[in-house]
Design a protein around this ligand. Structure first.
Ligand SMILES: Cc1ncc(COP(=O)(O)O)c(C=O)c1O
Length: 287
């Protein structure tokens, strides 16, 4: 069952008018929350980011955090599977086509939950291939906008090269990947770009930062040059569906320090274990 504007229905019955501004302009935002064993992982920061995204484009938040949490709980309970990926989308609603905002917008609210698809055991064990490109997207990548054409084209580039992601550089600096954040590791120090308007402030990125700090793993948030990426000992992707996975091939070249060239490194192994423990702890804390 899916949720559409206050009602529950099978997805086949869900209908949205063609004048919805999400369809016409991509005028809306979305969120995606991973659910392990029927317990959402980091729901509070995800809902806070949804509120920020709505606020940054001037769509009134249709629900309080408590109401969102309630709908989230209900949609999880309505599914037959335990590990889920809950997708939320809010658009500026239906109005005659005009770029400027309608006067009294009635946001369209859609939520669905699908089985959570995470990387395979082989991908965690061996890492994944990525390609690189110049980041040609707009400069409000911090808004989780449904206008994803730039990200779609980047992800397609990866797909055409049998890669899982495209790692992007803007003005010679690492920004992110088409639907993931990117970390480097050099000499045992984990680094990620400073959270600014040129990248999505990933909830998984924050989870990794928190885990690094609580596990006394050195971590820096700072601008990262393309050459640092190319010379890193390890590269990682993070996202709500990928969790943390190592990049072991970039533009066809093996990634990493000589001791584990083309294989996930030791810092990844430690973070992967910490992340797995955090998922279990989170589900237990909500039991
Ligand atoms: C462009 C982009 N960057 C980063 C991320 C990772 O964010 P999160 O960890 O909150 O899933 C996503 C997730 O969809 C994304 O689309």
């Amino acid at each position: 069952m899916i949720f559409l504007n206050g009602e529950w229905m099978p997805i086949e019955q869900a209908r949205v008018p063609v004048l919805d501004r999400g369809f016409i302009f991509g005028d809306g935002v979305y969120e995606f929350i991973p659910v392990y064993q029927r317990k959402p992982f980091r729901a509070v920061p995800h809902l806070a980011r949804l509120a920020r995204s709505l606020d940054s484009i001037g769509i009134p938040n249709p629900y309080s955090d408590a109401q969102w949490a309630d709908i989230l709980k209900t949609i999880i309970a309505k599914q037959s599977f335990d590990d889920q990926g809950v997708y939320f989308q809010v658009t500026r609603g239906v109005a005659p086509r005009d770029h400027a905002f309608p006067r009294n917008p009635q946001p369209t609210v859609f939520m669905m939950s699908n089985p959570l698809v995470t990387p395979s055991a082989a991908q965690y064990a061996n890492g994944v291939a990525c390609v690189t490109a110049v980041d040609n997207r707009w400069t409000r990548c911090d808004i989780k906008s449904i206008s994803l054409l730039g990200n779609v084209l980047m992800r397609q580039l990866a797909a055409e090269h049998d890669a899982v992601e495209t790692v992007m550089f803007r003005d010679g600096y690492l920004s992110e990947a088409s639907s993931s954040n990117v970390f480097i590791v050099k000499d045992g120090v984990i680094a990620a770009p400073v959270k600014d308007n040129l990248m999505l402030h990933g909830i998984t990125l924050d989870a990794v930062i928190d885990l690094a700090r609580s596990s006394s793993m050195p971590l820096e948030l700072r601008p990262i040059t393309a050459s640092e990426v190319w010379n890193a000992d390890e590269l990682w992707l993070s996202s709500s569906s990928k969790e943390v996975v190592a990049i072991t091939k970039l533009d066809g070249r093996a990634v990493g320090a000589a001791a584990h060239l083309g294989k996930p490194g030791p810092v990844f192994a430690k973070m992967h274990a910490a992340f797995a423990a955090a998922k279990v702890a989170s589900a237990q804390a909500q039991a």
